[in-house]
Design a protein. Structure first.
Ligand code: ARG
Length: 583
């Protein structure tokens, strides 16, 4: 099913051809609804290119523009914009089509790719903290959307389970471990010994040396150290899994850094042989002399002591993803401080002849109320698990007030959907590059651009159908029958009230908005769209009686309610947010 935007873009192309003009400009949603629904700047672009009067060009294009089936007479405005306003009949017809479509009008991509998404990727021996929300939630949403659009997605958790920190963890394990504490809260105890050892190394060179020895032994395959390492990894993974369970986030593969260990020597050999890397002061280094911004930033891939590092691992990771997993694209959802690192890695991949599309998707920080990086009162990182549990507790309070009659099981379920949804939505509704302040009251509010507001809109729609005593499928227009996925034939909708025309128009835009998210990896476009859907629904519901109206308006309006609910449900699902049936 084609969107209005793509239909109109084709018509514009045809008109340009008929007018003897080349393709130019864009056809976009109107910036201001007073000027219509879509607009094109084609005449402006052509005017500039050809030194002709843009208004005259616009009139000429309009003369060839065959949009009568979809739009009112096109209008030329301002310096030469062409504005298009959809006809209610065309909106009704398209809405009815979407109503009978399980995908709600969203087309699958014509060029499906295999995409590895590297997101979350926490480090072992450290608890997941609030700083991991963004990568985890953003990566998951992008994975869901790419999958829905027909790409083949491989979700990979590149866990930091190897590296210098293990010298300290093992030293701490051997010298500082409190077995009782380990039984009670393993990860907290591992974090404690790691931190204390770390502090010791700064004051005591002997401890520093001892840690280095432990690391060398680990890397050399020493049995005792490998066992300790394995145990620490397992304890950390338990903590991660608990968080992933709460968030309902899942991975296809979890190839952590250690997975690439035995590939590192050959990676370095290969890069040396091909001349991409060279020896420099005993280390193996890649220089980027021809790239101004990297010219003084060489990348060490084997240290003088023979050790490999984070960069070496990432080079091996590229090989694995492109050669073994056969990915066309790799998306790295990792914070901005690693920008330089990924520039180097991508350049090394390019020099090796790889042509895949490698993207570093960065994001801003989460701030506390003091607008500084969010920390606990004692200045620690806020553990993610505690934060998510707190979200559920706070959501529970809201439910107790709003709907005390729910059963205990329902309350637990709804509190989790609202609490976790609120945290995710607060993140995803922001442009990823913007820092945002983490405010409980704001994100849990039932008013404003929040998950609970959208969930509540969905719940209201469900209650309309409960009151109507009919499931959405029972309306004459039908929706997709949830139990069977059957698509009933949709007859026409009747749109007369401006509020219902507006709502229907919005619902038709879902298919335009979803693919747009991937252009610049911006789930906030979808979040904000859903907010507008909920607002349009609210206005519609105030202006148009549904259950009390006469047929055929009643069926038509029920169908709009149904479609709104499905768009909210599907849209939130693409963001990884669940909807309750009651709240
Ligand atoms: N574990 C790393 C960190 O916490 C992130 C890993 C990102 N992915 C990668 N392939 N380097 O900083």
């Amino acid at each position: 099913m084609e969107t209005f935007q793509s239909l109109l873009a084709k018509k514009l192309s045809n008109a340009l051809a008929a007018a003897g003009l080349p393709d130019a400009g864009e056809l976009t949603p109107a910036t201001d609804p007073r000027f219509g629904d879509y607009q094109t700047n084609a005449a402006l672009v052509l005017g500039k290119q050809r030194g002709e009067n843009p208004r005259e060009l616009a009139e000429k294009i309009v003369g060839h523009l065959n949009v009568g089936d979809l739009c009112e007479q096109p209008a030329v405005a301002g310096p030469g914009f062409i504005n298009l306003t959809l006809r209610p009949g065309a909106i009704a017809e398209k809405t009815a089509g979407i109503l009978g479509d399980e995908r709600l009008g969203v087309a699958e991509t014509e060029s499906p790719r295999r995409i590895v998404i590297d997101f979350g990727s926490p480090n072992v021996a450290k608890p997941m903290h609030v700083g991991h929300i963004r990568s985890t939630v953003l990566g998951d949403a992008l994975a869901r959307i790419a999958t829905f659009l027909g790409h083949e997605v491989i979700r990979d958790n590149h866990i930091g389970d190897w590296g210098t920190q293990f010298g300290m963890v093992i030293y701490g394990w051997k010298n500082l471990l409190d077995q009782r504490a380990l039984q009670q809260n393993p990860l907290a105890e591992i974090v404690r010994i790691y931190k204390e050892t770390n502090a010791l190394t700064t004051s005591d060179p002997q401890v520093r040396e001892a840690c280095r020895q432990e690391l060398v032994k680990l890397q050399g395959g020493d049995k005792e150290n490998i066992d300790i390492w394995n145990e620490c990894v397992a304890f950390s993974m338990q903590d991660f899994e608990h968080v992933y369970e709460l968030l309902d986030i899942h991975y296809d593969i979890q190839c952590g850094e250690s997975f690439y260990n035995d590939r590192l020597p050959s990676v370095v050999e290969r890069l040396l042989k091909s001349g991409i890397a060279e020896m420099s002061e005993g280390a193996v280094v890649v220089f980027f002399r021809d790239i101004p911004e990297l010219a003084d930033k060489p990348c060490i891939i084997r240290k003088r002591d023979g050790g490999f590092n984070y960069a070496t691992t990432d080079i091996a990771t590229v090989d694995y993803r492109l050669d073994d997993l056969k990915a066309d694209s790799v998306w790295y959802v990792v914070g901005a401080p690693q920008t330089l690192h990924f520039k180097q890695i991508f350049e090394i991949a390019r020099r090796q002849g790889y042509q895949a599309d490698l993207r570093h998707i960065t994001f801003g920080s989460i701030l506390g109320e003091d607008r500084k990086l969010m920390k606990t009162r004692s200045g620690e990182n806020v553990p993610l698990r505690e934060l998510l549990e707190e979200a559920c507790r706070r959501a529970r309070k809201i439910i107790e007030e709003k709907n005390p009659d729910l059963s205990e099981a329902e309350k637990i379920d709804v509190a989790q959907k609202i609490g976790i949804g609120a945290v995710k939505y607060a993140d995803l509704s922001q442009y990823r590059m913007t820092d945002y302040v983490f405010l409980w009251d704001k994100m849990l509010s039932l008013q404003g651009n929040t998950a609970p507001y959208l969930q509540n809109a969905y719940v209201r729609i469900r209650s309309i159908f409960r009151k109507a005593g009919e499931s959405p499928v029972a309306t004459s227009l039908g929706g997709v029958r949830e139990e069977t996925g059957r698509r009933p034939v949709a007859t026409s909708l009747i749109l007369t009230n401006p509020a219902e025309i507006n709502l229907a128009k919005r619902l038709c835009q879902f298919a335009e908005v979803v693919p747009q998210v991937l252009n610049d990896f911006r789930p906030n476009i979808l979040a904000n769209y859903l907010f507008e859907v909920a607002n349009s629904f609210h206005t519609f519901y105030e202006a148009c009686p549904v259950l009390k109206s006469e047929q055929p308006a009643r069926s038509s309006r029920l169908a709009l309610c149904d479609l709104t609910g499905r768009v909210l449900h599907r849209g939130l699902d693409l963001l990884g947010i669940k909807v309750p049936e009651k709240m």
